[in-house]
Design a protein around this ligand. Structure first.
Ligand SMILES: NC(=O)c1ccc[n+]([C@@H]2O[C@H](COP(=O)([O-])OP(=O)(O)OC[C@H]3O[C@@H](n4cnc5c(N)ncnc54)[C@H](OP(=O)(O)O)[C@@H]3O)[C@@H](O)[C@H]2O)c1
Length: 323
């Protein structure tokens, strides 16, 4: 397939455009912030804690700060040296917890090896935990209470909703059981009244289980593992995977005759791919997310959305946002 966007060749497969959905979410957030300020409220504020100088983490934190600015919120990055101690990081988190001007705290992972990551995440005040990783928020998600839920799976539900893809009563199969994606995805789809199956590396006959899915979510971290044999005709396919491929043979196999990808590979020495073999699955799916440009842009939008939600609660404001 030579076209950059195979939807141009297909009549029935909908491409779920994460950038377009993220941009709608940004507009809704900007409206919410404007109303909050017009009603005498304070500008919502997110603080991202960045320990060390991992370039991928710095880029990710930078995109959150830019999105905050875009929707009229304050987005700060607290940069800390990679050799700081557990005690000093804990004292920074306590300070942010106690700062009434800070609505959302995000600790960028991974943390250096000498830091007890779980302890840090559990120290973040649940009402400021915009990543939704604190056990209180995890528990509330599963008991159906109001909570801050992890951004990537929340973004997926938001995309399905905004693209008019029905969820209630449909069978969702999730491949992957991580705390960040797979498990909260299951909790959120259950809330939407899907019938949910969670798969993992020990699942027997994974392709057969996946072929039962009306909605198939791949969150595995293995390039193009989900091929056409995993997908029922007409399924909705959500690809969470974000994998770096740096060997030419794989690029050639996955994207034969694809000039843009080849050019990108020649320039950078790698390309990003998902867990789904997009071109081979495309014709079977009724809707599918591309990588990049599918799930990725929603993650950042939903962290910022969580910050606005946290701020409205913090400031005891009752403003409706369509999220
Ligand atoms: N787009 C975004 O914003 C975003 C956000 C987060 C993550 N991601 C990407 O999503 C992918 C998954 O991330 P993650 O953090 O959830 O990964 P993770 O913590 O490594 O979890 C991977 C899951 O996949 C399962 N798995 C691995 N190999 C398998 C196989 N052969 N068959 C069936 N299941 C298998 C594992 O099963 P076991 O539990 O049995 O080991 C595990 O539950 C990665 O590519 C990551 O980069 C993207």
């Amino acid at each position: 397939m030579t076209a950059e966007n195979p939807a141009q060749n297909a009549e029935t497969t909908m491409i779920l455009d994460g950038k377009a959905v993220a941009s709608q979410i940004h507009s809704d957030l900007a409206r919410g912030v404007q109303q909050l300020i017009a009603e005498g409220g304070r500008q919502p504020k997110l603080v991202a804690v960045l320990v060390g100088d991992n370039p991928a983490s710095a880029a990710y934190v930078g995109s959150k700060a830019r999105t905050c600015a875009k929707v009229g919120m304050a987005g700060e990055t607290l940069r800390l040296s990679s050799d700081l101690t557990q005690e000093s990081l804990e004292s920074e988190i306590r300070r942010l917890n106690g700062d009434p001007e800070v609505d959302g705290i995000l600790v960028q992972l991974p943390l250096p090896k000498h830091i007890d990551e779980r302890r840090i995440l559990e120290l973040v005040a649940p009402e400021k935990d915009v990543d939704g990783f604190h056990p209180v928020n995890v528990g509330r998600l599963w008991t159906g209470e109001d909570c801050l839920a992890p951004a990537t799976p929340s973004g997926i539900v938001e995309m399905l909703r905004r693209c008019d893809i029905p969820m209630a009563g449909r069978h969702a199969v999730i491949v992957g059981r991580s705390n960040i994606v797979g498990k909260p995805m299951a909790g959120l789809l259950l809330r939407e009244s899907c019938t949910v199956t969670i798969c993992h590396s020990r699942t027997r006959d994974l392709p057969a289980v996946c072929r039962n899915a009306d909605i198939l979510v791949a969150a595995v971290g293995r390039t193009a593992m989900v091929d056409a044999s995993y997908v029922a005709e007409g399924a909705v396919v959500i690809d969470v995977g974000m994998n770096r491929v740096d060997d030419q043979d794989t690029v050639q196999r996955l994207y034969p005759d694809h000039e843009k990808r080849a050019a990108l590979f020649a320039k950078k020495g790698y390309i990003l791919t998902g867990d789904v073999d997009y071109h081979r699955v495309f014709d079977r799916a009724s809707a599918i997310t591309p990588v990049p440009g599918g799930v990725g842009p929603l993650t950042v939008a939903m962290v910022v959305a969580n910050t606005l939600r946290a701020s409205l609660r913090n400031q005891s404001r009752d403003i409706e946002i369509d999220l």
